[in-house]
Write a protein that binds this ligand. Structure first.
Ligand code: CA
Length: 366
């Protein structure tokens, strides 16, 4: 009996030893894990809207390209988008329950339009993906004019058309280049500015104050027939209203010079404007001259404006006037004195020469 018991115990031990590996194969659901050799950030690049959060997922893979369900690394995110307004998930340490993959729902937000990358790294493994970030919805407009900048203000002339540029931007300062549908209503404060939205050269027609964005921007011609200070031009759509810099509407009607140079913004005309302001409108004879000029010059200016060759001739004729005006405005007293003496000497020599020529002609026998 003792002998048979010993035999049975020995047989049991042998069977037990033999069954251990079989049991391991049957019951062991956690075979030895391979170390992760790759991190994957998904989606593998996508379109994103600036300022709108989106979901990203990080998964660890082993050498066999299976998900490394035992991955417990700590990951860190970075982005090419240098804006301080972006959002990335905080550093994250994978838990056993993650089983090698973790989703960050609405965990990322990019704000600068263009291609932007997000990189995930655990210090050893990393993965970088690229998002194409488009601008968000319109947040504001920039409203700029082809103004002349003087020391104290932006200025436009009364009754002279000028170009206003309206450009749409999202809340993060990205130009909304995809917008070809939003109608923008133009206005001003005070409401003296009129527009030519349909571009037919007639200002203030019905609907002329509305223009639709093309690739997020447009130019529109504007005109103000009223003298004013601190005038702003506004661009509105929906609840959005944006304004230009304040500027002054000046009654500056140097029509002939404007016609000759083709634009009221030419620097030469600014010289004449400054000369007028400093030397002409400050005294009675000067004001009389300016008033007379304003009355007489428009028809002449119109004629000049339609003849290119004449415009060139007038520019040449204006050159010495502008040169003298520049000297009057910018030269020192000594320089002005030297120029004045030179002009007097030149004038005197010219007169003397003319008298000499006349006498010579008269003294010749006929
Ligand atoms: Ca029109």
């Amino acid at each position: 009996m003792k002998k048979s018991n010993s035999f049975l115990v020995a047989l049991g031990l042998v069977l037990l030893v033999a069954l251990v590996p079989v049991a391991q194969l049957i019951f062991d659901t956690h075979p030895a894990l391979a170390q992760a050799t790759r991190l994957d950030l998904t989606p593998n690049g996508d379109n994103a809207t600036a300022g709108t959060a989106f979901t990203i997922t990080v998964t660890a893979f082993d050498t066999s390209d299976n998900v490394d369900t035992g991955y417990t690394g700590t990951i860190h995110f970075t982005s090419s988008d240098a804006s301080s307004s972006i959002i990335l998930p905080a550093d994250y340490t994978f838990l056993a329950g993650d089983n090698g993959t973790h989703t960050f729902t609405n965990g990322a937000k990019l704000v600068t339009s263009g291609n932007q990358t997000i990189k995930v790294s655990d210090g050893t493994l990393d993965n970088t993906q690229t998002w194409s970030v488009g601008a968000g919805t319109i947040d504001h407009y920039t409203v700029t004019t082809s103004e002349t900048v003087t020391s104290d203000n932006y200025t436009q002339q009364t009754s002279m058309p000028f170009t206003v540029t309206v450009t749409a931007y999202d809340a993060n300062g990205n130009m909304v280049t995809s917008d070809n549908i939003t109608p923008v209503t133009m206005g001003s404060n005070p409401g003296t500015v009129i527009f030519d939205g349909n571009g037919n050269g007639i200002f203030g027609e019905t609907g002329d104050n509305v223009k639709t964005l093309v690739s997020g921007t447009f130019n529109i011609q504007a005109k103000d027939n009223t003298v004013g200070a601190n005038v702003t031009i506004t661009a509105s759509s929906g609840s959005i209203t944006s304004s230009s810099n304040p500027y002054a509407i000046e009654e500056f009607r140097c029509f002939i010079a404007t016609a000759a140079y083709g634009t009221p913004m030419a620097s030469e005309i600014q010289v004449l404007r400054d000369f007028r302001d400093r030397y002409l409108v400050t005294n009675a004879p000067g004001r009389c001259f300016v008033s007379l000029y304003y009355k007489c010059s428009p028809p002449v200016a119109r004629f000049i404006a339609h003849h290119d060759s004449l415009r060139a001739v007038v520019r040449v004729g204006l050159a010495p006037i502008i040169w003298l005006a520049t000297i009057a405005l910018k030269a020192t007293m000594v320089e002005k004195f030297i120029v004045l003496c030179s002009l007097l000497i030149t004038a005197t020599m010219t007169v003397v020469a003319l008298i000499w020529i006349r006498r010579t002609i008269r003294s010749k026998p006929t």
